[in-house]
Design a protein around this ligand. Structure first.
Ligand code: ADP
Length: 481
């Protein structure tokens, strides 16, 4: 990939950073440089915001049907070019090609779904209390939206934000993660090809803190949508207070995965493998704590270890690979620290437990798929998000006990449970303090459903019709006639 094409997209032009400097993007499977991106900062971000603000009135005034058609165009192009786009994801993010392709299709659907929903942002007329008044409620696009996205889903985390924002009539400035700007650039080429007006969609890459500060301090940015760590989310929330800037935050999780004694164990094992080891455990809705009821604990852990042991680890571009590398060295170090701490405190690895350093694996950031037993709440792994391919198993006795343990965390993004008892299904579903619950289902995140967390896992919802609500202001117009 040549560096000339690796540029930012501002006001309808592909541009370098003012400094002319770039940063490197490395393949996490082998450390090779796969491309570069401009090292932009506050000045480039400001220009992008100005362009987005200039483009806003015309974009907002465009009939929803036309916004819809433009978004559909990009969504369909993503589908048509899924192999090429998926390759890019695997190269810079590391997930196996089949997962990358699934991500591209998932990402495309945020555009097509939002496109159709653009036509359904209605107002309302409310009966007044007196005869000579009429009350109208308008839903109007907020204005310029800044989006800061993470590396774990380089396409989907962008389209999940800008699909509904553009559909609602907002213009956008995106700052992708430093690890994965190349997918973002490929996406913005499709926006350009589709004929989006200059300034409606902008992409800036570079210094996160500087760009973030500009987004927060620039009054032309009316809304900030962020997905990433709780730490950075809190920092942005503090910064947003100054201008009472609208915020959507999708932060960390610490998902419980509960297996009741009446569960279909094979289904629960398959569900856990899918939910825990997808993207090498690097999703914010990954199972982080696996609670298994005592009577089935041994049977479940044996079945699970048998499956996990067989997962093929390697470079995601190779056929048959099911588990790619972690994104970078700090990610690998964190997983290692969590497992070492647990083992030191008495946990036992039924399989895995170490980084893969043999042969070519040593050039990347690979960790063996791991199942731990004898886990207790003194261990880091039981209280912090691991973001890696490690399943810590914790036994429990009663429904009441496990619900208390599952909810005993400041996080509240996703939770999973397996049962065949219909009454329990309702009881547990209602008591879990989580924004997303998978009941016998390891894959609850789909474009038409709301995605977001309780407690410190965030603010607002993405996905479905709920997403568009995040990008409109509501205006009460009281008319005396
Ligand atoms: P992770 O630990 O998963 O990389 P981060 O929260 O650090 O999560 O990153 C998510 C996104 O937030 C990335 O696009 C990153 O560049 C951005 N980011 C990191 N630090 C800041 C900051 N101080 N201000 C604004 N954005 C930031």
């Amino acid at each position: 990939m040549s560096s000339e094409t690796n540029l930012m997209y501002v006001d309808g032009h592909w541009v370098e950073a003012d400094s002319g400097k770039h940063f490197e993007v490395k393949n996490p499977a082998n450390g090779e440089v796969v491309g570069t991106a401009p090292s932009g900062g506050w000045a480039e971000a400001r220009r992008a915001v100005v362009a987005a603000a200039r483009a806003f009135p015309a974009w907002a005034a465009l009939p929803a049907k036309e916004r819809c058609n433009l978004l559909l165009h990009v969504g369909y192009e993503m589908q048509a070019r899924k192999e090429q786009l998926a390759r890019l994801v695997t190269l810079e993010e590391g997930k196996p090609l089949a997962e990358a392709e699934a991500e591209v299709l998932y990402a495309a659907e945020f555009l097509t779904w939002s496109a159709e929903e653009a036509k359904r942002v209605p107002g309302e007329m409310i009966p007044a209390s007196v005869a000579n008044k009429r009350i109208l409620v308008l839903r109007q696009p907020i204005g310029v939206v800044a989006a800061i996205t993470p590396w774990n889903f380089p396409f989907a985390m962008i389209t999940r934000k800008i699909g509904p924002a553009l559909a609602a009539g907002c213009t956008v400035v995106v700052k992708p993660a430093e690890q994965t700007p190349l997918s973002a650039m490929a996406l913005f080429r499709l926006f350009e090809e589709a004929g989006f007006p200059a300034g409606a969609v902008n992409l800036v890459t570079g210094d996160p803190a500087e760009i973030g500060k500009e987004f927060l301090s620039n009054p032309q940015v009316r809304k900030l949508s962020f997905t990433g760590s709780t730490e950075v989310g809190k920092l942005l929330m503090r910064g947003a207070a100054e201008q009472v800037k609208r915020l959507s935050l999708e932060l960390g999780g610490h998902a419980p995965f509960i297996v009741f004694e009446d569960a279909d164990l094979d289904r629960a094992v398959d569900g856990l493998v899918a939910c825990k080891f997808r993207n090498a455990g690097q999703t914010c809705i990954c199972a982080n704590r696996v609670f298994v009821q005592e009577p089935v604990f041994n049977a479940f852990s044996a079945k699970l270890a048998d499956k996990v042991r067989l997962l093929k680890v390697g470079n995601g571009l190779e056929p048959g690979v099911q588990l790619g590398p972690l994104i970078d060295e700090p990610a690998l170090a964190k997983v290692r620290a969590h497992v070492d701490d647990a083992v030191r405190k008495g946990a036992k690895a039924l399989c895995g437990g170490r980084p893969r350093l043999d042969g070519d694996f040593g050039k990347g950031h690979f960790f063996e798929p791991t199942v731990l037993t004898n886990v207790n709440t003194e261990m880091k792994i039981a209280v912090e998000e691991t973001f890696g391919p490690v399943a810590p198993l914790i036994p429990f006795r009663s429904e009441e006990e496990v619900l208390a343990k599952a909810n005993n965390t400041p996080y509240g993004l996703a939770a999973y449970f397996y049962t065949r008892d219909a009454s329990r299904l309702f009881r547990v579903m209602e008591k879990l303090e989580y924004g997303i619950v998978g009941a016998n289902d390891p894959a609850p995140a789909v474009p038409q459903a709301p995605f977001g967390g309780y407690k410190e896992s965030g603010l607002g919802r993405e996905g479905g019709r709920y997403a568009l609500e995040e990008y409109v202001e509501i205006k009460n117009v009281s008319i005396a006639i």
